[in-house]
Design a protein around this ligand. Structure first.
Ligand code: ZN
Length: 256
């Protein structure tokens, strides 16, 4: 019997319990502050060394790299460890799903990761903390050590396209999954939001866990407004128990 594939689409809301605010959502900090938004807009970043200097200072002050996964991240990783196939599609760049124990190959980071840097010229990647150490040591706009090119965080900035490979894989997961759980995302930013619709159109059970209403609530089989830290572990425990029961009884056996 094919085991169910659980897809989890996570947004900023899953990381707020870890102390990471919503930076890039429709109501995020960056969207409310035009000057701050320039720091994460590709055109400004590439064209102005002063913007880059301020960006590195912002990254240095940003404590996101020190954040720890919370109950929501841990519950997803536990579900995966229980043997149920799980794929995470995340709009977050904090790497907390992997820190919680999700294998990196099973996490699709739509907006990249703030834990790495990438050279805009030769595309070499490296750890963010190494470059932050250079900033700490006095380099205001540290260049790529390989080619001298401009370094940036390995996140998708405003004005940059999502990685088509990552997006393609996310689409395939949305089409193939049996359960699609959207958690902590307002489902207002495309194309990520559309994945919920794709999953539902392809027969997946759609569950939305979010504090605020989303445009996909009407399409959902279940909408949960309770706090993610309690609601998500409970939801995943129920899901895991139901899967074990189905395994035990085998196909075609009515639910006990
Ligand atoms: Zn380079």
């Amino acid at each position: 019997m094919n085991r169910p594939l659980v897809a989890v689409l996570s947004g900023a809301g899953i990381s707020t319990d870890s102390g990471i605010p919503d930076y890039r959502g429709p109501n995020g900090l960056w969207r409310k502050d035009a000057e701050a938004e320039k720091l994460v807009t590709y055109e400004y970043y590439m064209g102005d060394s002063e913007i880059r200097r301020r960006s590195w200072q912002m990254r240095r002050r940003n404590r996101a790299l020190e954040a720890e996964p919370n109950a929501g991240h841990l519950a997803i990783a536990e579900l995966e460890k229980s043997g149920i196939p799980v794929r995470v599609i995340t709009q977050n760049v904090d790497g907390l799903h992997q820190l919680a124990g999700m294998p990196a190959r099973k996490v699709l980071e739509l907006h990249g990761t703030a834990r790495s840097v990438v050279c805009t010229k030769c595309h070499v990647r490296g750890p963010m903390e190494d470059v932050l150490a250079r900033v700490e040591a006095g380099e205001e706009d540290p260049p790529c050590l390989e080619c001298g090119g401009i370094l940036k965080s390995a996140t998708v900035m405003f004005g940059q396209q999502l990685d088509p490979m990552v997006l393609g894989e996310a689409l395939a997961v949305a089409k193939a999954c049996t359960v699609f759980i959207a958690v902590g995302t307002s489902l207002q930013v495309q194309p990520a939001a559309g994945l919920a619709g794709v999953a539902a159109d392809n027969g997946a059970r759609l569950v939305i866990v979010n504090a605020e209403p989303t445009p996909y609530d009407d399409l959902a089989d279940e909408v949960i407004r309770a706090p993610i830290g309690t609601a998500l572990p409970e939801l995943l425990r129920t899901l895991s128990a139901a899967t074990r029961r189905a395994d035990h009884h085998g196909p075609g056996t009515p639910d006990a």
